[in-house]
Design a protein around this ligand. Sequence first.
Ligand code: ADP
Length: 346
Amino acid sequence: MTTPRLDVRGVEHSYGTQQVLRGVDLSVEPGEVLALMGESGSGKTTLGRIVAGFEAPAAGSVALDGEVVADGRTFVAPESRHVGVVPQEGALFPHLSVAGNVAFGLPRGPARSARVEECLELVGLGGFGERRPHELSGGQQQRVALARALAPSPRLVVLDEPFSALDASLRAEVGEQVAAALSAAGATALLITHDAGEAFRSADRVAVLAGGRVVQTGRPVDLYDRPRTAEVAAAAGWVLKLPARREGGALSTPLGPVGLEQVGYDSGVEQGDLLVRPGHVVVEPADGAAVEVVSVRSFTEHVGLRVRLADGAELVVPAPRRSTTDLRPGDRVEVRLAGAAAFLAG
Ligand code: ADP
């Protein structure tokens, strides 16, 4: 097994009587971008600060390349950790040029200006060195902040909500540029974000922080297909919650049974919520069937199909668009489940 670039074990932290981190375990492999996702106030920034060395953990340990930089006995100062930080708003030095900002953490010497230009190229801002920060857009400023963090070739870059100050319309584009720059630099990164879309777009793996712990870590597709909590499931995309009960090797639901082997994550409860993705729903027109179409709302490649079940209950079922294009209110359909993402305690 390779040594992780970053290894966080059992980290705890409190502010006064409020315990924010309750035993966080997290590791990032060399060259990997790991998104740390969680609701506002879940402790993401606190963990980022502990990793960068701006804060000492109350318990647990932080290691970089196998070297302990923080635990009960050791505390390595931030400047000796070789961790680059991109704060929420780039915090560029306004009186320095772009090149001056990027050069800030680099030793003086003949290679300095070449390294500055190389890093500006990496973030797609080659030739911008002479400009002043105020002559750049918000997205460009964030890319300069990333170039500045990458310039000294840090072991790890911590990006704390790097796009939160940008307009929503820009976020996806700048996010892609930043992800491309991190990958071109071969950088290892911890990307802190409350925005699931950002996490899923930009990261190789996503760790979800909730209740002071990492509740799940996995590739975006794993979190989509096998979420371990309802929050993770919802963060990863559209999900329908159905009451379900275990009956032998299957689960019974208002939309009929589904085999347990078709369920991504089974928490083991007898009775609870089945979390269903649009791809799990099979809809077929069938004259005389008990289920009636109430309305069809079209979004993207999925539609919200409101149906009335035989017992009169109504349900909005997420369904693939192709199976529902021709449906009209009043049509009769058969609705079946071909699987589910998770079966969790309700
Ligand atoms: P996140 O980044 O996930 O939004 P934070 O790590 O910033 O979460 O904060 C977690 C919790 O700790 C919040 O309830 C916040 O109010 C509290 N907190 C953060 N920093 C401080 C501080 N310096 N002093 C006191 N409480 C703090």
